[in-house]
Design a protein around this ligand. Structure first.
Ligand SMILES: *Cc1c(COP(=O)(O)O)cnc(C)c1O
Length: 372
C-alpha cells in the first residue's frame, strides 16, 4: 500500500506541537457546537406517557457518530497514536465514516473508510465529498480485517468498534446520557422509565447504561435491535461469540457479530424489531416530525411504543426517551424508495397500519402483527 507509513517520530518536539495544535482544533470545534434538541411527542393512545427523541441528526455531520468521531480522534491523539500527515482508517457502516472524514479534513489528514458494498450511495457520496476514500468489501464481516490491513501498513486505525466504549467519557463531559438527563430536569417525569437505543459499536448503550448507574437513577436501558442480530443472540445467552442469524437492511445497528464494545451487563432489556417494522416507523417519523430520519430511528420508535403499551397496560405514567440517530436523506435511494423496498420483498403496509393504530389506542401486541 501507499505512502501512509509513519515517517515522523511521534515522540519528537515538532510532533508534540502538532498534537497540541490538533487538540486545540478539536476543542474549538466542541466549543462552537450546540447541544442537540430533545423533541417531545405525545400520542392520543398514551395519556400520561411522554416521549422524547434526541435529535442526533442535527449534528454538523448528520448523526450521533459526530460525538464518537470527536472522541476517537481525541483518544488517538492523547494516546500518541496519531501524527501529522498520517492516514486515518476505520471500518464503518457509513455514519461513522462521514463524521470521521469531516474531522480528518479539519485536521488535514487523509482518510480511508472501509465499508460493505451495499452501503447507501448517499453515504459514500458524503464521505467522498469530504475528501475521504471508500474501500468497499463484499462481506460486512470483512470490514475489520481490511481496516487492520491498512493499519499494518502505517495508517492510524480509529477503531470505532474496539474503542467506542472507552473513548467516551462515561461519567459526564456532556456525553449523550448526561445531556439527556440534564435536558429532562424541568419535565413532568425527569427520571425516564426507559431509555431506548440501538447497538452498532455498543458505545451509546454502554455510555447510557453506565451513566444511569453512576447517577443512581431507576431508569432502565432497552436496546432495540433488528431481529436476529449478533447482539440479540449474544445478550440472551451471555455469549460474546454469538453471530447474527439473519442480515438486516437497517444500517448502523444489527451487527453480524458481538462487537467488543457491547456491554451486556448494563442492558436491562432487548427488543427485536423486524426490518419492515423499522422501515414503516422511519416513514411514520417523517409524518410525526416533518423530517426524515434513518432506519435505526424507526427501530427505536417501535421499541418505545412496545414499552409504552406495557406501561399503559400496568397503569403507569412517566417518560420514555430515545434517539433520532441519523438523517433520512441518506436513504433516499434505499429505505425511502418504494421500488428498492419492493425489490427486497419489503412491504410496510401492515406495519404502518399497526403502528398508527398503536399511537391511537396504546395497544400492543395486536393480532396479526407478528409482535411477540
Ligand atoms: C452507530 C449507529 C447507531 C448505534 O450507535 P452505537 O453507539 O454505535 O451503538 C444507531 N444508528 C445509526 C444510524 C448509527 O450510525
Amino acid at each position: 500500500m501507499k505512502s501512509n507509513l509513519r515517517l515522523v517520530n511521534p515522540r519528537g518536539e515538532s510532533e508534540r506541537r502538532w498534537v497540541h495544535h490538533a487538540l486545540e482544533r478539536l476543542t474549538q470545534e466542541a466549543a462552537r457546537s450546540a447541544d442537540t434538541h430533545l423533541l417531545k411527542l405525545n400520542f392520543p393512545g398514551f395519556h400520561g406517557i411522554d416521549f422524547y427523541f434526541k435529535d442526533e441528526a442535527s449534528h454538523p455531520t448528520g448523526s450521533l457518530k459526530h460525538r464518537l468521531a470527536r472522541s476517537l480522534f481525541l483518544y488517538a491523539l492523547c494516546n500518541g497514536r496519531l501524527s501529522d500527515g498520517q492516514t486515518v482508517v476505520d471500518a464503518s457502516s457509513g455514519c461513522t465514516a462521514i463524521s470521521e472524514a469531516w474531522f480528518a479534513r479539519m485536521l488535514g489528514l487523509p482518510f480511508i473508510a472501509v465499508m460493505p458494498v451495499g452501503t447507501a450511495p448517499g453515504k459514500l457520496h458524503d464521505v467522498q465529498a469530504l475528501g475521504g476514500k471508500c474501500d468497499l468489501v463484499e462481506d460486512a464481516a470483512q470490514v475489520h480485517a481490511r481496516a487492520a490491513g491498512h493499519a499494518a501498513s502505517g495508517a492510524c486505525h480509529l477503531d470505532q468498534f474496539g474503542l467506542a466504549e472507552r473513548a467516551t467519557d462515561w461519567r459526564g463531559n456532556n456525553n449523550i446520557a448526561e445531556s439527556i438527563i440534564g435536558q429532562l430536569a424541568s419535565e413532568a417525569a425527569p427520571e425516564p422509565a426507559w431509555i431506548v437505543c440501538g447497538a452498532g459499536t455498543g458505545g451509546t448503550s454502554a455510555t447510557i447504561g453506565r451513566y444511569l448507574r453512576y447517577r443512581r437513577l431507576a431508569t432502565r436501558l432497552c436496546v432495540a435491535e433488528p431481529t436476529g442480530s449478533g447482539f440479540v443472540h449474544g445478550w440472551r445467552t451471555c455469549n460474546p461469540d454469538a453471530v447474527a442469524s439473519q442480515p438486516t437492511l437497517i444500517e448502523g445497528i444489527g451487527r453480524p457479530r458481538v462487537e467488543p464494545g457491547f456491554l451486556f451487563d448494563v442492558v436491562d432489556r432487548v427488543i427485536e424489531v423486524p426490518d419492515s417494522a423499522s422501515i414503516a416507523a422511519a416513514w411514520l417519523l417523517e409524518d410525526l416530525l416533518g423530517r426524515r430520519y434513518g432506519g435505526s430511528s424507526g427501530t427505536n420508535l417501535v421499541a418505545c411504543l412496545q414499552l409504552a403499551a406495557a406501561m399503559r397496560a400496568r397503569g403507569e405514567h412517566g417518560s420514555i426517551v430515545s434517539l433520532l440517530c441519523d438523517r433520512g436523506e441518506r436513504y433516499a435511494q434505499t429505505l425511502f424508495d418504494a421500488s428498492w423496498l419492493a425489490a427486497r420483498g419489503i412491504d410496510t403496509t401492515a406495519w404502518d397500519a399497526t403502528l398508527r393504530a398503536t399511537l391511537q389506542d396504546g395497544q400492543w401486541p395486536r393480532s396479526g402483527d407478528g409482535a411477540t
